[in-house]
Ligand binder design. Structure first.
Ligand code: ADP
Ligand code: MG
Length: 621
């Protein structure tokens, strides 16, 4: 089921309303030139959002979307061109393409089908890539489209102008497209799919660990973005009526990216603001470019003044505001009045009881698990169980292989040998984003949050992996309440204190409703107060959810207090597995882990250091 939140609607209205106003003002006050300018602006909005849907949400800059504009423009051009003009302009056109003379809307639809087919074909390889490799691929696509257009002169007149296209687009045609583009882009951004892609933009590994199929969502956004770009290309073609391949190349790509980046690449409102500002700059500078006589001063012709102006504007803005003018949040998430509108009438907060999954059954079996890193044996023959309702401690010196074990069990780093069995399924053989859905969640040693998403969004990403017919945001709120972060749900995750960030990671894992939860050094770097808070949270989770917990921890006091069973690793080998009391007495453990440090740290009569000394740290006898 698709849920449209109130905030999404407010956002769409707040972003689209200025477009309507601009159109009305242009029509009323500046018919003619002003009207044309605003029409072009509206088409640019569609084009910028085409890039924004993919690039803004995935974090991968696309240079390729103008290629889709070109495909759309030429496809609809071929279908709508006046048959009489066509005979002279394109004499070598194959028969099946001749004489269609379609009208604008049907041609638009056919052109969009062509665009989507091309996008799907290109999207399969592009979605496998991330970061700059994907960007380079999109650039390659742009170049290929250009070369093909120039080379296919029977269809396109090559590098010559393609003309005779009915000018079907005016202000009133462009306006609904721009409004629709805003609505589509914003609804996608706020949807579960958009949220998942944004999470992968913030941290790809962490997103897969909460069930995001990064490749799938990159692909979907790529195709949706291509659709908008294609529509922009069709609009553009029918607005100017004549064009050539170079109109859809680097200049336009640069200008559209400038609009997107200037306003703020991650938001829809940013794209609109950026488009408006760049259009104004270009218009002003174009007037100056040809030289101006101010009466007292004659400015000379400056070649390329508009491009220089765009470049300078970007430099200036980026210097002060790295995330663009609007930053990483939509306008309606920043303006207090709109924020109140989005929240709606404060409904009495009905506290739902926390839904506790049924007591766990079965176990997670780590069988003979091993991992090598080109020669280095990081982990070998780890073999133990994680049982529901019990806390298993995992200890060992630095470099013992604890994180490698958690990474292998959770599929982030596939094991070289062995199996991880849940309910008779080897989860190590699943694609990594499927592991969380099968009941296994984790946190990371180095906090991996989606920093530019809100606290609530961080957890909602995870909840939407398992939500079923419940609203993921509700599940997320429950998880946040459990770790004591309910009050800060609307803040950006990156702004939380360190201890709160650690707890947020736990809430995000809990929202997957896991049966097994692996925590990699949850208390690392915490001060004593934060550690206390964390302990309370862990105690609560353990009694309330009866999930199987695996906790990696250096603080032995914490381990001894919390754990039912302790597994000890040393140099990748599992050297012991026993109750905390037995572990403290195990000579091999003392030798490997504690003994040397104690011997080095403490003279015979000195007070033992708490946290390192198992005697000092032990439970009361
Ligand atoms: P721990 O978490 O117990 O401190 P780790 O599991 O992080 O230990 O590391 C175990 C060993 O594996 C270390 O020697 C470490 O350098 C090595 N290692 C871990 N991850 C990688 C990796 N991605 N590539 C190469 N070596 C690694
Ligand atoms: Mg580690």
């Amino acid at each position: 089921m698709v849920r449209i939140r109130r905030g999404t609607v407010v956002g769409i209205v707040a972003t689209a309303l200025p477009l309507v106003v601009a159109a009305l003002v242009a029509k009323g006050l500046f018919p003619g030139a002003g009207e044309r300018l605003v029409t072009l602006f509206l088409i640019n909005v569609v084009a910028v959002l085409g890039i924004g849907v993919y690039s803004g949400n995935s974090g991968i800059i696309s240079f390729g979307n103008v290629g889709f504009m070109a495909v759309g423009a030429y496809a609809s051009g071929l279908l709508t061109i006046n048959p009489v003009v066509q005979k002279t302009a394109l004499p070598h056109l194959p028969e099946w393409l001749m004489g269609w003379g379609m009208s604008f809307l049907p041609a638009l639809l056919v052109a969009l089908v062509v665009v989507v087919l091309v996008a799907v074909a290109i999207g399969v390889p592009v979605a496998r890539l991330g970061g700059s490799s994907a960007s380079i691929c999109t650039l390659g696509f742009l170049v290929i489209v250009h070369v093909v257009l120039v080379a296919s002169s029977d269809f396109t007149r090559g590098s010559q102008t393609f003309f005779g296209i009915p000018r079907a687009v005016n202000l009133w045609v462009a306006l609904p497209f721009a409004v629709l583009a805003v609505a589509i882009a914003r609804a996608y951004r706020d949807s579960a799919a958009g949220l998942k892609l944004r999470a992968s933009r913030e941290d790809e590994i962490a997103s897969t660990a909460v069930g995001v199929d990064v490749r799938l969502h990159r692909f979907l956004a790529w195709v949706l973005g291509a659709l908008l770009s294609g529509a922009a290309g069709v609009l553009f073609a029918h607005f100017i009526g004549a064009f050539s391949p170079k109109d859809f190349y680097f200049n336009m790509t640069f200008m559209l990216l400038a609009m997107l980046i200037l306003g703020g690449i991650t938001t829809v409102s940013g794209a609109v603001v950026g488009a408006a500002i760049i259009m104004v700059i270009v218009e002003l500078l174009r007037k100056l470019e040809g030289g101006v006589d101010l009466g007292f001063l004659a400015l000379p012709t400056v070649f390329g003044l508009t491009d220089i102006g765009i470049g300078l504007a970007i430099l200036l803005v980026m210097y002060r505001l790295q995330d663009g003018i609007l930053g990483v949040r939509e306008i309606d998430e920043q303006v207090p009045f709109l924020k109140r509108l989005s929240a709606g009438a404060a409904k009495p907060h009905e506290r739902q009881p926390v839904q506790v999954p049924p007591a766990g059954t079965g176990t997670l079996r780590v069988e003979n698990l091993g991992r090598r890193f080109s020669g280095l044996v990081a982990l070998e023959r780890a073999d133990f169980e994680i049982r529901p309702g019990l806390v298993t401690g995992l200890i060992g010196p630095n470099g013992a292989g604890k994180s490698t074990l958690i990474n292998s069990v959770s599929g982030v780093v596939p094991p070289s040998t062995g199996r991880v069995m849940i309910d008779g399924v080897d989860v190590a053989s699943l694609p990594v984003h499927r592991v969380p859905v099968s009941g296994l969640a984790r946190t990371f040693q180095n906090i991996r949050l989606f920093r530019n998403l809100t606290v609530l969004e961080n957890v909602t990403v995870a909840a939407s992996a398992i939500a079923g017919d419940r609203d993921p945001a509700d599940i997320a709120r429950e998880a946040l309440a459990e770790v004591g972060l309910g009050e800060v749900a609307g803040q950006l995750a990156g702004t939380l204190s360190y201890g709160a960030q650690r707890r947020l990671e736990i809430a995000r894992a809990l929202a997957l409703k896991p049966r097994y939860l692996l925590l990699d050094e949850p208390a690392a770097g915490m001060n004593p107060a934060e550690t206390q808070e964390l302990m309370a949270v862990l105690d609560r989770i353990r009694t309330r959810h009866r999930l199987g917990l695996l906790v990696v921890e250096h603080d032995l006091k914490l381990i001894m207090r919390l754990c039912d069973i302790v597994v000890v690793l040393n140099k990748g080998q599992q050297i012991a597995m026993d109750t905390p009391a037995e572990i403290q007495a195990d000579p091999a453990v003392i030798e490997a882990y504690i003994g040397r440090r104690r011997a080095a740290a403490a003279p015979a009569n000195a007070a033992p250091r708490p946290g390192l000394d198992p005697q000092a740290a032990g439970k009361p006898a």
